[in-house]
Design a protein around this ligand. Structure first.
Ligand code: ADP
Ligand code: ASP
Ligand code: MG
Length: 415
């Protein structure tokens, strides 16, 4: 008997018809004799709707919505609906089921509201549910902090809840059901020639997810990697019994066919912040990025260059679009200490990245990227590299063009 965690994302539970199909998929695994725990996201669009309400009521407030613990109270509510509906639907087709909210298990988190980290998952109630012959249906994306306040885990974190539950149950696998048949070389909604991967390494998947491939949430991949949870991504849009192999996320050693570049990712949720005429002396970068870190703002690409005026530097960095205004406030409050002349924010930028473990042992990967972009007349505004990825910041209007050009340039197009 295998223990499986089955996670269904928002599009998979978007309406009652889809919830019925999900129930049939769960029932099939239960009838095959497996111990099955289910994790669900909110019905598609519901989280956005709730976030918009929190934005509306907090407009103009000094504390921004996603730093406020009441934000979590509001936005976590949508998962309660889908968990209850799926448990009811399972019961209606003869599969005993019981819903569990994060606080009821509990899933304990820190108190970074809006993007809390999971500290522990107590599996006791899940095991009791299994022992009673029932399928536990867990509301994803939520937990409870040490002050007994609800906490949400960040956008797309239903995946993280699923992997954390799988780790706590020592599950044989965590199956992430979504609206695509697996992980592709790039977003199949953007590039029709994207190819599905049979297997992808944790490391590449982590980079792809961190760089914008929404199919898995980055922290869930990180947790799967550190806890050794085997993850599979597959479609919830097919009836049980139809072939649905999906993509396995696994250790690099398991992958036979290695490509120099395995995937292309993009993110439009970026903002480019430019600090002009920053005083140039030791400790300035620590001051700027320390202040941003204290405000829990994730900074990504950083470029420093000499300014025209002697003794001054320009510093460019990217941050999530949603956090750009807050970054500006933080830096404005710290202006006297940093001593910059001006600050600009550009929101119409995109980050496009190529990822592959083969980069470690191949030269010329960057040249191919830059040449492919140049051939399309796309200007590069910032560059960031790591051992297995190269990212560039470009004008957002060229995102699609850039992703397609790179997909072709690295020989990833499907025949
Ligand atoms: P869910 O609601 O199931 O959590 P998401 O919308 O979070 O689903 O993620 C699935 C979406 O991720 C797909 O519809 C697809 O457009 C997008 N995506 C981006 N990059 C990739 C990729 N490399 N492979 C598959 N899907 C991708
Ligand atoms: N409902 C949450 C979101 O939209 C979590 C998830 O879907 O995974 O971000
Ligand atoms: Mg998702």
């Amino acid at each position: 008997m295998e223990t499986l965690v089955m996670k269904f994302g928002g599009t998979s539970v978007a309406d009652v018809e889809r919830i019925r199909r999900v129930a049939r998929i769960v029932a099939e695994q239960k009838r095959a004799g497996h111990r099955v725990a289910v994790v669900v996201s909110a019905m598609a669009g519901k989280t956005n709707e709730l976030i918009a309400w929190t934005d509306e009521v907090s407009a103009g407030a000094t504390v921004k919505a996603d730093c406020d613990d009441e934000y979590d109270v509001v936005v976590s509510s949508a998962e309660q609906v889908s968990a209850g509906l799926l448990a009811m639907t399972l019961r209606s087709i003869g599969v005993p089921a019981r819903s569990w909210l994060g606080w009821q298990l509990p899933i304990r988190t820190d108190d970074a509201h809006g993007k809390a980290r999971i500290e522990s998952v107590n599996p006791d109630k899940l095991i009791e549910t299994f022992n009673a012959g029932e399928v536990p249906v867990i509301a994803g994306f939520q937990g409870i902090d040490k002050h007994a306040r609800l906490a949400t885990l960040g956008r797309g974190a239903g995946d993280l809840s699923a992997v954390a539950v799988a780790a706590a149950l020592k599950a044989d696998r965590c199956d992430i059901y979504t609206d695509q048949p697996g992980v592709f070389t790039t977003d199949p909604r953007l590039v029709a020639k994207a190819r599905m991967l049979d297997k992808v390494s944790y490391e590449e998947m982590l980079e792809m997810a961190s760089l914008g491939a929404k199919v898995l949430q980055a922290r869930s991949v990180e947790l799967a990697m550190t806890q050794g949870v085997r993850v599979r991504v597959l479609s919830s849009f097919v009836e049980p019994g139809t072939p649905n192999p999906g993509t396995i996320v696994c250790d690099e050693e398991e992958i036979v066919e290695k490509h120099v570049v395995s995937g292309v990712a993009y993110s439009r949720d970026e903002a480019k912040v430019t600090l002009l005429g920053v005083e140039d002396h030791p400790g300035i970068a620590a001051e700027i990025f320390g202040a941003l870190a204290d405000a829990n703002i994730n900074v990504d690409m950083i470029v420093q260059s000499e300014a025209r005026q002697p003794g001054r530097q320009n510093i460019v960095f990217t941050a999530p679009d949603r956090e750009a205004a807050r970054a500006q406030d933080v830096l404005a409050a710290d202006r006297a200490k940093i001593g910059y002349e001006d600050i600009h924010i550009r929101r119409d930028v995109a980050k496009v990245s190529v990822i592959g473990i083969g980069m470690r042992s191949h030269v010329g990967v960057a040249r191919t990227m830059f040449a492919a972009l140049a051939a399309k007349g796309i200007n590069i505004e910032a560059i960031a590299t790591s051992e297995i990825k190269i990212s560039v910041l470009i004008d957002a209007q060229y995102t699609e063009l850039a992703v397609r050009a790179l997909h072709t340039a690295y020989g990833l197009d499907a025949a």
